[in-house]
Every structure is written in structure tokens, then in C-alpha cells.
Design a protein around this ligand. Structure first.
Ligand SMILES: Cc1ncc(COP(=O)(O)O)c(C=O)c1O
Length: 383
């Protein structure tokens, strides 16, 4: 089945002439970092998401670290999250000295199951960090009820979900803080980049201090003067990146529309293939469709996921796997005692999943090639 066609990646940025021109303008200006474009970008994203405040930082990971830190997560504190996520969601808890407490996911959305969350709450639990996997918002009505009852913060990992909606509300409005990522495969890109959204003024002020070394200016003591109560980090995003983000944000409607068109095309083409399960979107959400992970019904196939993954790659599809459950990573096993079998739904999903290419710049011809290739490979290996 070897084929030397151009690889269609699983995700890709869409940078156009206008984006490039905007970046060049900033490069020619006086400010290339921490100038006017940072606040402009923050305000534009906050407006788009319908939240009061936004703080731009250097990555989604930095956004998580900042959010957990200003939420007061410290040594011994527990944060409940999903094992089906990128490592940063849990790693950033560890940066703060806390423990990532995983709970199993729902079979259809692959988001944390609120019923499981409640079972894992202890005296040390400080926050819930729901992850909107693939862009599908979590069950926030239930999660909020639990958080309120136990006085916990909700720090939403919305890295996949800029532009997604939960019951008509844009992601970012629901949690105490929500984080975004602007990595190239995400809804919009700044190269590397991230943001924290919040309606809480206290968090907003603390986040700005945290991203800039922990310095607090005291102009009454002199124009140069600042104090550091708690050391922060250099997590600043540059004007060069923020102007790119602003230019990208102007196209987000078009980007999400195109993602949804491709998803509709895939759903239609794959709906009668009995050997695969398609990703689902519940009726009360609108997903920004960051990724399109299918699941193989291995009992109906003569090959395992690894074999089918490799065949799809040989055929020129840059397929991926999202994600290896975090509790199975050596660090999390050793540090917190997690083991195989702890989260059966997450583990079963992992054994069977493959992410197909999906990005707004994808042409119909490329989408058709993905469909044709998946059909060919599945047909070849079906029992
Ligand atoms: C769910 C999730 N959270 C956090 C991150 C971290 O974002 P970044 O790569 O911008 O640091 C990612 C990045 O892939 C992600 O997918």
C-alpha cells in the first residue's frame, strides 16, 4: 500500500498575506514586545468570548501554570482533571507542587464525567480542571453544581475550544478562569501563545503580575520603582505575536465554519462504516472541532490500531493519536501511584483512537483523499 503522495497533516495553521503584512508593520514599529498590540489582542479575544478580562501569555502551558498559581494551588493541593488531555493540563499542577487527580471520561464526549468528579473530592481538593476535549465543552451545569457545593474553583482547559459554545454561551464565560492556546494547530495561532480568560478582577490583576516576574510597580516611589512580593515568570507574549493573533481572530468565524463543513463531509462519508465510531457533538453544544478522532471497532477488524495507523501514514495521511492517557505516563504512575486499569473508558478509547486530518485550509480534494484512504484501509482490514 506504499504511496508517495504529499502528506496531509492532522492540523495546520492558515497564515495569509494580510497576517504577514500586519506582522511586518509591527516589526517596523517601535514596539516589538509589550507594546499596544498585547492589550488590543486581549481586549479583542475577551470581547469575542464575552468575558471581562483576558491576559496574554507565552503559551497555553504558561496560561495553565499562571491560572493554577493565582488560584492558590500549592504543595499538597489536589486538582481534578481528565486523563485524556495533553500533558500540560496536569504537568502545570505539578509545577505548583500539587497533585493531578484523574477521573474517568464519558464515552461519547471523552470529557470528564461529573459523577466521577464528585467521588474524588477530598479535603485537599482545590479546583476542577475540565478539558473541552477536541473542542466539545464539558457538562458545565453539573460541574458548576459540584464546584459550588464543595467550594472549588473551575479552571477550564479550553485550549481546543476557542469559539465553542455551551448552551449558547461561548467558552470562557462559564469557568472561574479558562485557558486558551494559540499553537499552530489550534483555532487561531500566534506561533506559540496562550491566554487566560476570567470575569474575576482579582485573578486578572494577579495574572498580569505573575506573567511579568512578579513585579508590582509603585510609581509613588519613583518612575523606576517596583516591588516583588512573590517571584513570577517571564510569560509575556510579544507584540509581534499579538498582532498576528489579532489578524487571525478576524478570520475565526470563517475558520470554524470551514472546520464544521469538513466534519459534516466526514460524518456523511463515514456514517455507514460499521468498523469505526465517529466523534459526537451533543445537541446543546457547538464545537469548534479542533480535532476529528475516530475509534476503531477492533473486534470487527483483522488489524490493531498500530497497524491501521501505520497504513494510513504510509498512504500519506498525517494521522495522530490524542492522547495517551496521562495516568499511564511513567511520571504519573511513579509519583501518584496510578496504574493500568484505573480509568477503563479512557484506556479503551486510547486503544482504538486515530485522529484524522482536519484544519480550515484543507481543500475539498484533500478531504476527499482522507475519506477515500480511510475507506480503503478499513475495507482492506475488515473481518
Ligand atoms: C488540552 C491542551 N491543554 C494545554 C495545551 C498546552 O498549550 P501550548 O502548546 O500552547 O503550551 C495543549 C496544547 O496542545 C492542549 O492540547
Amino acid at each position: 500500500m506504499l504511496n508517495k503522495k504529499k502528506i496531509i497533516p492532522y492540523g495546520h495553521q492558515w497564515i495569509d498575506k494580510k497576517d504577514i503584512e500586519e506582522v511586518i508593520k509591527v516589526l517596523r514599529s517601535d514596539w516589538i514586545t509589550q507594546g499596544p498590540k498585547v492589550e488590543e489582542f486581549e481586549k479583542a479575544v475577551a470581547k469575542y468570548c464575552g468575558v471581562k478580562y483576558a491576559v496574554a501569555v507565552s503559551s497555553g502551558t504558561a496560561a495553565l501554570h499562571s491560572a493554577y498559581s493565582v488560584a492558590g494551588i500549592g504543595p499538597g493541593d489536589e486538582v481534578i482533571t481528565s486523563p485524556i488531555t495533553f500533558a500540560a493540563t496536569a504537568n502545570a499542577v505539578v509545577y505548583c507542587g500539587g497533585k493531578a487527580v484523574f477521573v474517568d471520561v464519558q464515552e461519547d464526549t471523552l470529557n470528564i464525567d461529573p459523577k466521577e468528579v464528585e467521588k474524588k473530592i477530598t479535603k485537599k481538593t482545590k479546583a476542577i480542571a475540565p478539558v473541552d476535549f477536541g473542542g466539545h465543552p464539558c457538562d458545565y451545569d453539573e460541574i458548576r453544581k459540584i464546584a459550588r457545593k464543595h467550594k472549588l474553583l473551575i479552571i477550564e482547559d479550553a485550549a481546543h475550544a476557542l469559539g465553542s459554545e455551551y448552551k449558547g454561551k461561548k467558552v470562557g464565560q462559564i469557568a472561574d478562569m479558562a485557558i486558551l492556546s494559540f499553537h499552530p494547530v489550534k483555532a487561531i495561532t500566534t506561533g506559540e501563545g496562550g491566554m487566560i480568560l476570567t470575569n474575576n478582577e482579582d485573578f486578572y490583576e494577579k495574572l498580569k503580575i505573575f506573567r511579568s516576574h512578579g513585579t508590582v510597580k509603585k510609581p509613588e516611589k519613583g518612575g523606576w520603582y517596583y516591588e516583588i512580593e512573590n517571584p513570577g515568570y517571564n510569560y509575556r507574549l510579544t507584540d509581534i505575536q499579538c498582532v498576528l493573533g489579532l489578524s487571525q481572530l478576524r478570520k475565526i468565524k470563517k475558520f470554524i465554519k470551514r472546520r464544521r463543513e469538513i466534519v459534516a463531509k466526514y460524518n456523511k462519508a463515514f456514517k455507514n462504516i460499521k468498523e469505526i465510531i465517529l466523534p459526537r457533538e451533543r445537541g446543546y453544544v457547538k464545537s469548534a472541532w479542533h480535532i476529528y478522532p475516530i475509534q476503531l471497532k477492533l473486534e470487527k477488524l483483522k488489524a490493531n490500531r498500530k497497524k491501521i495507523f501505520e497504513e494510513l501514514r504510509k498512504e500519506g495521511l498525517g494521522v495522530q493519536v490524542h492522547y495517551i492517557p496521562l495516568h499511564l505516563q511513567p511520571f504519573y504512575k511513579k509519583k501518584f501511584g496510578y496504574k493500568k486499569g484505573d480509568f477503563p473508558i479512557a484506556e479503551r478509547y486510547y486503544q482504538r483512537t486515530i485522529t484524522l486530518p482536519l484544519f480550515p485550509k484543507m481543500t475539498d480534494k484533500e478531504a476527499d483523499r482522507v475519506i477515500k484512504t480511510v475507506k480503503k484501509v478499513i475495507n482492506f482490514y475488515k473481518k
